[in-house]
Ligand binder design. Structure first.
Ligand SMILES: [Fe+2]
Ligand SMILES: [Fe+2]
Length: 145
């Protein structure tokens, strides 16, 4: 029997466990990554519990602030430390913010599905960006150390 895609997986937060291999060694950057993991888990839990939960809007606003501040802080660190892929990384942050704003607008218009939310948080932000793309910066920091 096929599963309705909007039901999503039963335990979406199972992948949302921050582990120490993701630490960059820059304390405020690491705290922000942990906060993004926590927010992702909180938003998905709230949505699964009730897609019209009033807390979701607050979580999305908090996510917007956290993402935008984090990107700015990370870019400052990259620029100051001479990270050679700074421009490409900055473009990736900008793309993520555009996708977030699109997602938020779709939520506001009652058009956001669970799979849209799940894919943005776990794939675009966590898997593809924090785990894979930020890792390149962390490896650069390790080489410099
Ligand atoms: Fe990051
Ligand atoms: Fe980043």
């Amino acid at each position: 029997m096929s599963q309705n895609i909007d039901e999503g997986p039963k335990d979406p937060w199972i992948k949302i466990n921050f582990d120490n291999s993701l630490l960059s060694g820059i304390p405020h950057i690491d705290e922000e990554h942990k906060k993004l993991y926590q927010l992702a888990a909180d938003i998905l839990r709230a949505y699964l519990n009730n897609p019209r939960d009033k807390n979701i809007e607050e979580f999305l606003l908090e996510l917007r602030t956290t993402l935008s501040e984090h990107f700015e802080h990370e870019e400052v660190e990259m620029a100051q430390r001479g990270f050679p892929e700074f421009i490409e990384h900055q473009e990736s942050h900008s793309t993520l913010m555009t996708h977030f704003l699109r997602l938020h607008a779709s939520y506001t218009h009652n058009l956001m599905s669970f799979s849209d939310l799940y894919t943005f948080l776990t794939k675009e932000v966590i898997q593809d960006h924090i785990i894979k793309y930020d890792l390149i910066f962390h490896q650069f920091l390790d080489q410099k150390a």
